[in-house]
Design a protein around this ligand. Structure first.
Ligand code: PBG
Length: 327
């Protein structure tokens, strides 16, 4: 056979495969999403997310120790308040659940990088990501509350804020508010390309944040759209975002690549609750090899161009990376 080009030549041994590998990974890229809730002395398992818990502030140290032992350096906090109301006032209360969790985390582990999800849906009685006007979310009225929430997180010790609400103009509103209060150095990671996705189902059970009527399609993106993803990404770059996120990850890696090629900011991909739950369920049935699938999913996200990977598997992945299981 007359062939000069034989791709198999470079696949002949593990040493050689590793030498020519195009995607290299590092635990420093991982962010762990963590749920904190009001109350005392409680750790609640989240049934739709086996292995994930909700912690009261006095018990969150247990998880922070595990993160530390695993070498995960960043968390993203989600708050579950005891009381919800029409305007989500616990989202921006100085002694709200996330604000208290931030102070506690800072005290327990001064080195841990603290990111907060900025949104209203866990705090509103109707479960929508902003304040309502009739049955619609009032975009501009919500901006002020989001900015207030972000500011209160930063004042309580957040290193970075990550707005996930998908209101128009929120990056500018948050940037202006943080700057006006002297927090010019606090980065914003924008959930810029966030789709109205059924992959968030388990999260909504975890956070009790499912909308009580309707859906999120008037603010989160239609998953049929690709050009619109770039429009959202460019807008947030212009408004002052420091990192652009694509969410979910697994079924949206085409857009991770598009965004990676189009903008020069760091890109984050969020492997959401539904992705985790599917892997757990299939693994529990013995249908897949959990560890190998988790590694493959992560490598695929990095290969697609993400710099940062937000995942409920952060602890496991950090360990697999150190063991060289991802290459
Ligand atoms: C809040 C928020 C959601 C997620 C992250 N931030 C839920 C939603 O938009 O309904 C989903 C995360 C996950 O599914 O893991 N708006």
């Amino acid at each position: 056979m007359d062939m000069t080009v034989r791709p198999r030549r470079l696949r002949g041994s593990e040493t050689l495969r590793k030498m020519v590998r195009e995607t290299r990974v590092d635990p420093a890229s991982l962010i762990y999403p963590m749920f904190v809730m009001d109350g005392v002395n409680k750790v609640e398992e989240i049934s739709a997310l086996p292995g994930q818990n909700r912690y009261t502030v006095d018990r969150m140290g247990e998880e922070l120790e595990r993160l530390n032992a695993a070498g995960v350096k960043s968390v993203m906090l989600f708050g579950i308040p005891e009381h919800k109301d029409e305007v989500g006032s616990q989202a921006y209360a100085a002694d709200g659940i996330v604000q208290r969790a931030l102070r506690k985390a800072r005290e327990l582990d001064p080195e841990l990088y603290l990111i907060t999800d900025v949104c209203m849906c866990e705090y509103t009685s109707h479960g929508h990501c902003g304040v309502l006007c009739g049955h619609d979310v009032d975009n501009d009225a919500t901006l002020e509350l989001l900015a207030k929430t972000a500011l209160s997180h930063v004042e309580a010790g957040a290193d970075m804020v990550a707005p996930s609400d998908m209101m128009d103009g929120r990056i500018r509103a948050i940037r202006e508010c943080l700057d006006a209060h002297g927090h010019t150095g606090t980065p914003i990671m924008s959930y810029a390309v966030k789709f109205a996705s059924s992959f968030y189902g388990p999260f909504r059970e975890a956070a009790g944040s499912a909308p009580s009527f309707g859906d999120r399609k008037s603010y989160q993106m239609d998953f049929h759209n690709r050009r619109e993803a770039l429009k959202e990404a460019f807008l947030d770059v212009e408004e002052g975002a420091d990192i652009i996120m694509v969410k979910p990850a697994m079924s949206y890696l085409d857009l991770v690549r598009e965004v990676r090629d189009a903008v020069d900011l760091p890109v984050a991909a969020y492997s959401v609750s539904g992705e985790y739950a599917m892997v757990k369920a299939a693994a529990a049935n013995g249908w897949i090899d959990e560890e190998k699938i988790v590694c493959e999913m992560a490598v695929a996200a990095f290969r697609a161009g993400t710099d940062i990977y937000i995942t409920y598997y952060a602890k496991e992945l950090a360990k697999y990376m150190r063991e060289g299981k991802l290459g």
